[in-house]
Design a protein around this ligand. Structure first.
Ligand SMILES: Nc1ncnc2c1ncn2[C@@H]1O[C@H](COP(=O)(O)OP(=O)(O)O)[C@@H](O)[C@H]1O
Ligand SMILES: [Mg+2]
Length: 308
């Protein structure tokens, strides 16, 4: 299976500055991929390269296996850039009709109605885009991006400037599009909470370089240093503590009143520790592997460089 989006060592110089310094990452089909980074990091520039709107100085970018310079690649993508490009004095319906017409996208019967329904704007189809809130505009832009049923959606900061209620609606919509319609979604954001809630894979760009990339849960486990925390309903007996301490594969680090902290060796699961303790008659109230929050990872990585 081809990857949905693939960048290999993409460099881009704008003016006298190298804005992208050898970017590589892969977005798999079906991913909700969060592209994180502070202002000026190079997110929009990367997106413009992926969309074939800007030519890389070197390196390659492809969509579903086709180089982004190919029309075939572009047809499989829908996108929303920072400026939503909607016509304020046209209704939602007219905005979409116009789009179908100028881009020569075939317009199956009822498609506009369906696509507006799918973004929750069915009952506002005849209102002018100029009367819409920022969140509604983003949903209308999303409807337009999906008009030709693309495989891959690329969105530049889809919730920027949208109020919290509107952000929730957009997130739900993105989850639906990915999980029910099986599309791939790539979006840039500096909202860590949002990315943590809906993305399965992320990349973090800073000053034109990728600083972190991978499956979100895996990164969180790795950066959580693998701690396993067990809460018990009664204090642990000293004799049991000594026994646990003598088992190096458990990596017992700490005992508090009713909490044990382990950093177990690879291959030792939370459930292994739980069954061992249960077997010794310990009543367990909670057992979890500690994970780093995206915010912890983000600040840990970005604090290594002085602010620009
Ligand atoms: N046309 C241009 N000429 C020179 N520098 C540019 C141009 N466009 C963007 N930049 C610079 O490239 C850097 C990355 O910009 P951008 O990709 O828009 O970042 P982001 O979307 O992450 O905020 C910024 O420092 C910006 O000032
Ligand atoms: Mg940007």
């Amino acid at each position: 299976m081809n990857s949905a989006i693939s960048l290999e060592n993409v460099r881009k110089t704008l003016g006298s500055r190298e804005v992208l310094k050898g970017i590589s990452f892969t977005v798999d089909q079906g991913d909700i991929f969060g592209y994180l980074g502070p202002n000026g990091a190079g997110k929009t520039t990367s997106i413009r390269v992926i969309l074939g709107l800007l030519e890389a100085s070197s390196g390659t970018a492809s969509i579903l296996g086709e180089d982004v310079s190919q029309d075939e690649a572009r047809k499989k993508v829908g996108f929303v850039l920072e400026a939503d490009g909607l016509y304020d004095n046209m209704t939602a319906e007219e905005n979409l009709e116009y789009y179908f017409r100028i881009y020569g996208v075939p317009e199956p019967r009822g498609r506009i109605e369906r696509v507006l329904d799918s973004v929750g704007l069915g009952d506002r189809a005849k209102d002018k885009a100029g009367t819409y809130s920022k969140g509604m505009r983003q949903r209308l832009a999303l409807a337009r991006a999906m008009a030709h049923s693309p495989e891959v959606l690329i969105l530049d900061e889809p919730t920027a400037g949208v109020d919290p209620g509107g952000q929730i609606e957009i997130r739900q919509l993105l989850l639906n599009i990915a999980h029910e319609e099986g599309k791939t979604i790539f979006f840039s954001s500096h909202n860590l909470d949002e990315v943590e809630r809906i993305c399965n894979r992320i990349a973090l760009i800073d000053r034109g370089e990728i600083k972190l990339y991978g499956e979100l849960e895996k990164l969180q486990r790795e950066m959580g240093k693998g701690e396993v925390i067990i809460d018990t309903s009664e204090a642990i007996a000293e004799s049991l503590f000594a026994e646990l301490k003598s088992m190096p594969h458990l990596g017992l680090r700490e005992k508090k009143e009713r909490t044990l902290v382990f950093i177990p060796q690879e291959g030792v699961e939370v459930s292994d520790i739980v069954s061992l303790l249960s077997g010794r008659g310990v009543k367990i109230e909670g057992a979890k592997r500690k994970e780093a929050s995206l915010e912890e990872m983000y600040t840990a990585i970005l604090k290594e460089v002085e602010p620009s």
